[in-house]
Design a protein around this ligand. Structure first.
Ligand code: ZN
Length: 272
């Protein structure tokens, strides 16, 4: 099943994505849908056809937990050792944009960089999860680009300020349920970033050091994960900052982020 949040003239709606179009699921967005105990039944039910353009698949997650340094080649390109524990940080909802919305290049930076990432979305409350509970708590997966303002990320040891600039982070286009994916809740999917037609990152989500089930287990040790919460699982090698010379996103670039089976985000970069 593919679910999305669309913008209509009456506000946002949660929809099921079918070849013929969008089916209204009776909730304002995918986050609100996932908060219903019977969301899976509702998501497969009939409904009215609706039209609109794609919003972030979960527009206002209660939490966006981000994972740094989770693909071995990217860890090496950033000059670090393989980690014993996941590196976690956060993003706020103001950072999110839809799969075709402009990425805002802030006036205060020339170092806007890409980070293609597999995102998982939580479908039921979960705390102290074992592997089975963690797997069952994953509603599905989507595409994210953890677009990063590198010069602000490295102003201090804490990365937050470079990670949550307004309107920088595409999330979408759809939430795809694990039953549709090779590997299920540990999906094995090719992931890539393309800028100006040039492939900048390419890897496979099976190369994650901490896979989605492990990340839900780990994060749920810290706090309760709630329906609609998002965990973005880290980026592979090939970020612009690690290139020689560095290559950052410029006004007028088009940032394409895609994961086979999950779809693609295609976002123009515009100076804010
Ligand atoms: Zn990242």
């Amino acid at each position: 099943m593919k679910l999305a949040t669309i913008r209509t003239s009456h506000g946002t709606r949660a929809v099921r994505v079918e070849e013929e179009g969008y089916v209204d699921l009776g909730a304002a967005d995918v986050g609100e849908l996932l908060a219903l105990d019977d969301w899976s039944d509702r998501a497969s039910a009939d409904g009215d056809r609706v039209q609109g353009d794609l919003a972030p698949v979960v527009p206002r997650p209660g939490k966006i937990i981000c994972v740094g340094l989770n693909y071995a080649p990217h860890i090496r390109e950033m000059g670090r050792e393989l980690p014993e524990h996941p590196t976690l940080f956060a993003k706020f909802t103001e950072a999110l944009i839809g799969p075709h919305d402009p990425v805002q290049l802030p006036a205060v930076s020339e170092a806007l960089d890409w980070e293609a990432e597999l995102a998982l979305v939580i479908g039921r409350p979960v705390r102290h999860a074992d592997e089975e509970a963690a797997s069952a708590a994953i509603a599905g997966f989507t595409v994210c680009n953890d677009v990063t303002i590198r010069d602000w990320q490295y102003r201090t040891k804490q990365w937050l300020q470079g990670k949550t600039f307004e309107a920088t982070t595409p999330l979408g286009p759809f939430l795809v349920t694990p039953d549709e994916l090779p590997g299920g809740t540990r999906p094995e999917l090719a992931i890539r970033t393309i800028v100006g037609g040039e492939k900048m990152q390419e890897a496979d989500t099976s190369e994650l050091v901490f896979d989605p089930v492990a990340l839900v287990t780990y994060a749920s040790t810290i706090l309760t994960l709630q329906p609609g919460d998002v965990i973005i699982t880290g980026t592979p090698g090939g970020v612009g900052h690690a290139r020689k010379p560095p290559r950052y996103l410029r006004d007028g670039d088009v940032l394409v982020t895609e994961i086979d089976g999950l779809g693609r985000c295609e976002n123009p970069v515009v100076r804010a």
